[in-house]
Design a protein around this ligand. Structure first.
Ligand SMILES: Cc1ncc(COP(=O)(O)O)c(C=O)c1O
Length: 385
């Protein structure tokens, strides 16, 4: 008997998750597959969680999130970007950034609505758009992995409901400038399109590149849902702690939906983060991780570019590099990834996971490998090539 529901046949399984489980069963594997930091969660945050549990913060809490936690989140945006969100009506806490994107799309999309996604993008977006009954419209990227604004203009119709922005980007590490982003914001505002800005890598920008909080650009605030997460910021992807900030008008219907999916996000985690996120240790941790990732980025980019046929731009942010392998002996990024796994015990992800026309690319995460491991990967690639 086939019980597999038809509505899920259009949703491909996650190639990255499959690689993740394959790699777990093999010895000597170095994985540049999954997008998670290998750095230990700060001790102060672990202590704060223990305290929250032992102080009996184990009950249900409010649907939008714990009050003190929401206040701590809005304080961040005021201090970092000068944007005032209402802690009472403008914050939603969920089980990871992914769940916030899910509830936003499920709330606002009606069948046939169009969603503009950059190719390449985080693989969850297209799957979630389809799950919510929407239609994906791909926005091409320029040479430097920015959104091609002129081509995007031509894709807007009266059905366009959302435009997704994700800078710093997964998978390319691109960061667009404020001026470039303003042109996209204007396009969205003029055409009455919601902006979903996924800013989970906001703290990881390198050299002179600065993160731009989209809602801080002119009229963007009124149309933007910002998604964020503590998975990467404090190295706690397993805690499943994400949130959104937006206007009360945009949030109200989302919260109605949210109530019936999760009721509220895990209480002790929220208390722990509320008590930890503005401490000196938290600030130092963010600085330490950023420096560590910048060193890894330099090692991996220089290493990859020293391999014949591999070309890799220096990512301005996030912890991925997106390398072109077109000129290697392998036929494409998929073939490269398969050979890397079978012959070199290295996991990288083929570009095809991230959208159309990505056949020539592989994504390598340097979030969970040390500098010596990166050097070892470069040696292994040189050997198989
Ligand atoms: C761009 C982007 N958004 C969201 C997420 C997921 O974050 P969370 O763990 O909070 O669900 C990821 C994880 O890799 C990501 O790369």
């Amino acid at each position: 008997m086939n019980f597999f529901p038809e509505k899920l046949e259009k949703i491909e399984p996650s190639g990255i998750r499959e690689l993740f489980s394959k790699a777990k069963g093999k010895a000597n594997v170095i994985s540049l597959g999954i997008g998670a930091p290998d750095i230990n969660t700060p001790d102060g945050l672990k202590e704060a969680l223990k305290d929250a549990v032992f102080n009996n913060f184990n009950n249900y809490d409010l649907t939008p999130g714990n009050k003190e936690f929401r206040e701590a989140i809005t304080r961040n945006y005021k201090e970092d970007y000068g944007v005032d969100y209402s802690s009472e009506e403008g914050v939603i806490v969920g089980c990871g950034g992914v769940q916030i994107i899910y509830v936003a799309l499920q709330t606002y999309l009606t069948p046939g609505d169009e969603v503009l996604l950059q190719a390449p993008c985080f693989l969850t977006y297209p799957r979630q758009v389809v799950l919510a009954g929407g239609k994906i419209v791909w926005m091409p990227s320029t040479e430097d992995f920015s959104i091609d604004i002129e081509k995007t203009k031509e894709s807007i119709t009266d059905k366009t409901k959302f435009i997704f922005l994700n800078f710093p980007s997964n998978p390319t590490g691109a960061v667009m400038t404020r001026e470039e982003l303003k042109a996209i914001v204007d396009l969205a505002v003029d055409n009455d399109i919601f902006i979903l800005s996924d800013e989970v890598y906001e703290y990881y920008t390198y050299d002179d590149n600065k993160h731009v909080h989209i809602a801080s650009i002119d009229d963007a605030y009124e149309k933007t849902i910002t998604v964020n997460s503590f998975s990467k910021t404090f190295a706690i992807p397993g805690w499943r702690m994400g949130f959104g900030v937006t206007t009360p008008d945009i949030l109200r219907p989302i919260l109605r939906y949210h109530t019936y999916i999760i009721a509220n996000a895990t209480t002790p985690m929220q208390i722990a983060l509320a008590n930890f996120m503005h401490t000196k240790e938290a600030k130092e941790f963010k600085k330490y991780v950023k420096n560590e990732f910048q060193t890894r980025r330099n090692t991996i980019v220089d290493g990859f570019n020293s391999i014949d046929g591999v070309k890799c731009k220096r990512p301005k942010g996030s912890f991925y590099c997106y390398a072109n392998v077109e000129e290697t002996k392998y036929s494409d990024g998929k073939d490269f990834s398969e050979r890397a796994f079978e012959d070199a015990d290295v996991v990288v992800v083929p570009g095809t996971e991230f959208g159309p026309n990505q056949d020539n690319y592989i994504r390598a995460s340097f979030g969970s490998v040390s500098v010596p491991q990166i050097e070892e990967v470069v040696d292994r690639f040189k050997n198989i090539l």
